[in-house]
Design a protein around this ligand. Structure first.
Ligand SMILES: [Zn+2]
Length: 265
């Protein structure tokens, strides 16, 4: 198991709730105590990696426009994308991985972005695996409170462009009023999943108790982690990775990530 993290993710990135200073500190301190030997450093994604998912115009927009406002943003957004690629690479080498990265990515589409996201870390990681390692089909569980429109727009568009009506990426973002129904939806989706090479998780913790969604307990995240692990071992040779997306209560995020990883690893 690996946790991909860089100390530069701790600095203030922008003035959004996802970019503010202190957001990741409890999670990092907490997980370092539990998994002291599992942390590895990412490198920034290079231009080719970004261009699998994004237009040149979008990349230039992030580089020029946002960097005037936040000087480190282009660098740290590439570092997060590189962290996602590192998770993907580790996962196919037998190491289930968690990307403790920011800025998040699941609201970044090919030519636009919103929701505190700039580059679509998940799509960049999956398109890297497809191109470099022939891992063509993935199940994406997005358990963030919000639907990852960037994941959907990029990955479905890619599937349609290259394979006409073939869908290589199955993506779900569960929605429920209760924890028990939420867990049933996740299990049912996994039970009915199409054949795939791996499972990847857009792990936003803003659906957690004491966070924006105020729905899922630590135990629920543990259950979800277990479901993903079992699915990957039964259907995908254990290949699985997860990337941090949302989550805005730093102390709750730390506990919920611990719960998830205790099942996932
Ligand atoms: Zn969210």
């Amino acid at each position: 198991m690996k946790i991909v993290f860089h100390p530069d993710f701790l600095n203030e990135i922008d003035d959004t709730p996802a970019g503010k200073i202190g957001r990741l500190t409890p999670m990092v301190e907490h997980l370092k105590k539990i998994y002291p030997n599992s942390f590895i450093l990412p490198k920034p994604a290079d231009r080719d990696d970004l261009e699998r998912a994004h237009s040149t115009a979008h990349i230039e927009q992030i580089k020029m426009h946002y960097s005037r406002l936040y000087p480190n943003l282009y660098y740290v957004a590439r570092l997060a994308a590189g962290g996602a690629i590192e998770c993907a690479r580790q996962s196919i080498n037998g190491n289930p991985s968690f990307g403790l990265i920011r800025p998040p990515g699941h609201h970044a589409s090919g030519n636009s972005c919103w929701g505190f996201c700039y580059f679509c870390n998940m799509a960049i990681a999956l398109l890297y695996l497809k191109e470099k390692h022939k891992k063509k089909r993935a199940f994406v569980l997005d358990f963030d409170l919000h639907t990852g429109d960037g994941n959907i727009n990029i990955l479905r568009a890619y599937g349609q462009k290259h394979h006409k009506d073939r869908r290589d990426y199955e993506i779900i973002n569960p929605d429920a009023r209760s924890e028990s129904v939420y867990l049933e939806i996740v299990q049912e989706a996994l039970d009915n999943a199409r054949k795939c090479d791996l499972i990847a998780v857009s792990a936003g913790f803003d659906q957690g108790l004491n966070d924006w969604g105020d729905l899922l307990s630590v135990k629920a995240y543990h259950e979800i982690g277990l479901m993903v692990k079992e699915f990957s071992e039964d259907h995908c040779n254990g290949i699985r990775f997860a990337l941090l997306e949302g989550g805005y209560n730093p102390d709750a995020m730390a506990l919920n990530a611990e719960g998830f990883l205790s099942g996932f690893f």
